[in-house]
Design a protein around this ligand. Structure first.
Ligand code: GLP
Length: 273
């Protein structure tokens, strides 16, 4: 199938097993980087380019290991801009993260809010109110999910959405099974997700909060452009399923195939295992 290789001057990659068997719907929508660091750089370059073209772009952001090199690359690229241009991007910055744990204070270093401030907000001096996340400490998480959806709608929706991929096929915290019509809500996290995210919680899945507030697939699919980023050999089994399965509730990320402006950015390890 037709795949863009970052190093290939226009020539598609040799069709290795996973790509040869991919559904035709993925044709021309996959970009392959050799390694995770390079993947982070090229995705960061794409986001920086989009922000420079339109500082009013509303970003949809994600946390997780996949996004760490993306955030680092974005910080480096934006800090290297002439100060006037960086100031414009900073002053116009509007981003909405996908999700946040319920019952973790925003000051808790394990919260996604604290992670975003560490990785992006502080190094770029973005005012905290411009880097938005669901409020995990809200007394009524369902009402908070609704407020958050309305805030995104009031901002005109997401222009560019970054997504990582869960080992069980989740995007945001849309755990399987999940319909494309699911809206932002409070969810119970699956054992697989608590295991995947245990790193910041001393490696103990039971210490990972049991609930989170997440944007739904409905809001994600309304983003004008989506970059799904998949990195590392641990994602090879779920990426392989994603490339072969048509859209279905058991694999929430599979609904992304229906989006007209989706690109899948992967590294070799995720592709080859
Ligand atoms: C997490 C988050 C997602 C994230 C994904 C991948 O649970 N809710 O927003 O993108 O799973 O995480 P990682 O990049 O650490 O594999």
């Amino acid at each position: 199938m037709d795949v863009r290789n970052l190093h290939g001057s226009g020539s598609p990659l040799s069709a290795r097993e996973p790509l040869a068997e991919a559904l035709p719907g993925w044709a021309g929508r996959i970009v392959v980087a050799e390694a995770a660091a390079e993947l982070g750089e090229v995705v960061a370059a794409e986001v920086a380019k989009a922000l420079r073209a339109d500082p009013d772009l509303v970003l949809g952001l994600a946390t997780g290991r996949t996004m760490e090199p993306v955030h680092a690359g974005l910080v480096r690229r934006l800090q290297a801009l002439p100060s006037g241009e960086l100031n414009t991007i900073r002053d116009h910055w509007r981003s909405f993260n996908l999700d946040e744990y319920v019952d973790l204070a925003p000051g808790d270093p394990r919260s996604f809010g604290a992670t975003m401030r560490r990785q992006l907000g502080d190094p770029l001096s973005i005012p905290p109110e411009r880097l938005q996340l669901p409020r995990g400490l809200s007394a009524d998480p369902a009402a908070e999910a609704l407020r958050y959806r309305e805030a995104i709608a009031a901002a005109g929706g997401i222009g560019l959405q970054l997504l990582g991929l869960g080992h069980n096929g989740h995007v945001g915290f849309n755990e399987p099974p999940c319909l494309a019509s699911a809206v932002g809500r409070c969810v119970e996290l699956s054992p697989s997700t608590r295991l995947q995210n245990g790193g910041l919680f001393g490696g103990d899945p039971a210490a990972v909060p049991a609930r989170a507030i997440t944007l739904g697939l409905a809001e994600i699919l309304q983003a004008r452009r989506i970059l799904l980023v998949v990195s590392g050999s641990s994602k090879a089994p779920i990426l392989s399923r994603l490339l072969r399965e048509s859209a279905n509730p058991a694999l929430p990320a599979s609904w992304l195939q229906t989006h007209p402006h989706l690109q899948l950015w992967v590294d070799r390890a995720a592709l080859d295992g």
